[in-house]
Design a binder for this molecule. Structure first.
Ligand SMILES: *Cc1c(COP(=O)(O)O)cnc(C)c1O
Length: 401
């Protein structure tokens, strides 16, 4: 598959960059800590399956974390064998399939335990007894999901352990502020968590195999929170969790670049307006390029008139409102510009770079959201050693029935 096939718009995902970020994470975590690569929202908009295939063989790679049952099934059905954990609540209609496919659940609700046990009993026969693998979620301060690290939480853990239909594979918590300079809150969360897992060991006499707490920010700023596994999300893609994390411990390479093409060029005169609402009016003669990408691709309309694109190694300002399928940019200062020229919306062209962080903050999003929102109309091309090794065109699998 040739990336030139995708002329209108395309995202290039460098598997070399992902590999390099992954190796960087390996360098800074403890020898006996493993990595759970977080591939939710289709790998933060990058494409989960090829990334999972790239990382799966590494012995430091424990497995993958997803947000939903559907995301986990996509990886399992693509041939991924390593552990898969659904980080959020899983609705009962998915239990049977997930148990059959050996996908692990996050548990924190009593009713979930009952429902899981019932499905396990129904599936099991005298020849084969199934078990549902679970990770117990502890809320040490995120205030989202999880049982409290107190007596009530301990009673929940005890109950989980009492069901032979369940196998407690892990226990974990999630940091709310590990990406901030102020350390007290995260230190408190970590000590609440480790004190609680000590109580499980001492009072319930059970050593839960895998304790995990750190997200990307935790990996960068809290080596003491490595524990058995770390959950690496945003840094795997070469993006920073925030501006406040230490950036000297790892050299991140952004994996995604976003390209489009100039589909039309014209000269406009002073007084001429561009795009819906005529919010841009030329003050001097301008050369304007129309580019075949818009908010239909998830390129935020909030960037209208404020963001740049790169053409011929130069920054060109977007003029007027971004449309659903097209946007216009000022190419007056780009020598030799021509229809068909490549436009870089995210990435590097010559000496200029536009980062996910830049567009995320200009659009009132942040880099995570900017990446996740890149739409299904953008084909993803995966590159290893300068060669296209995989391409994903979402137009080909949008049907549900
Ligand atoms: C998304 C998520 C992560 C990964 O977070 P990053 O900041 O991208 O590393 C880890 N753990 C949980 C529970 C998550 O929801």
């Amino acid at each position: 598959m040739n990336s030139e096939e995708y002329k209108r718009v395309c995202a290039r995902i460098s598997l070399d960059a992902i590999r390099s970020n992954y190796e960087g994470i390996k360098q800074i975590i403890r020898d006996n800590t493993k990595i759970m690569a977080v591939l939710k929202t289709d790998g933060y908009g990058h494409g989960a399956v090829p990334i999972a295939r790239e990382l799966e063989p590494d012995e430091k790679l424990y497995g993958f974390a997803l947000a939903t049952a559907e995301e986990a099934l996509i990886l399992r059905n693509s041939g991924i064998r390593k552990p898969l954990l659904v980080l959020g609540y899983t609705f009962p209609d998915a239990y049977e399939e997930l148990i059959l496919k050996d996908i692990s659940f996050t548990v924190f609700r009593e009713d979930m335990l009952k429902d899981l046990c019932e499905v396990v009993r129904n599936l099991s026969s005298t020849e084969y007894r199934y078990r549902a693998k679970v990770h117990i979620k502890i809320d040490t301060g995120m205030g989202r999901i999880g049982v409290k690290p107190d007596d009530s939480g301990l009673a929940f853990v005890k109950e989980v352990l009492s069901h032979e239909e369940l196998f407690v594979e892990g226990v974990f918590t999630h940091f709310a502020k590990a990406d901030e300079k102020e350390r007290t809150a995260t230190e408190k969360q970590l000590s609440l968590f480790t004190d609680f897992t000590d109580r499980i060991r001492d009072e319930l006499h059970y050593e839960i195999p895998i304790r995990h707490a750190s997200n990307s920010a935790g990996i960068l700023a809290y080596p003491e929170a490595n524990l058995d596994v770390v959950r690496a999300g945003i840094i795997l893609y070469g993006l920073w969790p925030s501006d406040e994390v230490p950036k000297d411990r790892i050299a991140l390479k952004p994996a995604l670049s976003l390209y489009s093409r100039i589909i039309y060029l014209k000269e406009i005169e002073p007084g001429d307006a561009v795009s819906y609402g005529g919010t841009y009016v030329a003050k001097s003669p301008r050369r304007v390029a129309t580019i075949s990408i818009g908010y239909g691709e998830g390129y935020p309309r909030a960037l209208s008139g404020t963001a740049d694109v790169l053409i011929g190694g130069r920054r060109c300002r977007i003029l007027g409102r971004i449309c659903m399928d097209q946007l216009m940019a000022d190419v007056t200062d780009v020598p030799g510009v021509a229809m068909g020229d490549r436009v870089t919306l995210i990435g590097t062209d010559g000496a200029e770079t536009i980062s996910m962080e830049e567009l995320g903050s200009l659009s009132g999003r942040f880099n995570y959201e900017m990446a996740c929102d890149l739409g299904k109309r953008i084909p993803r091309i995966f590159i290893r050693h300068n060669e296209v090794v995989y391409a994903k065109d979402y137009h080909q699998d949008l049907d549900l029935i």
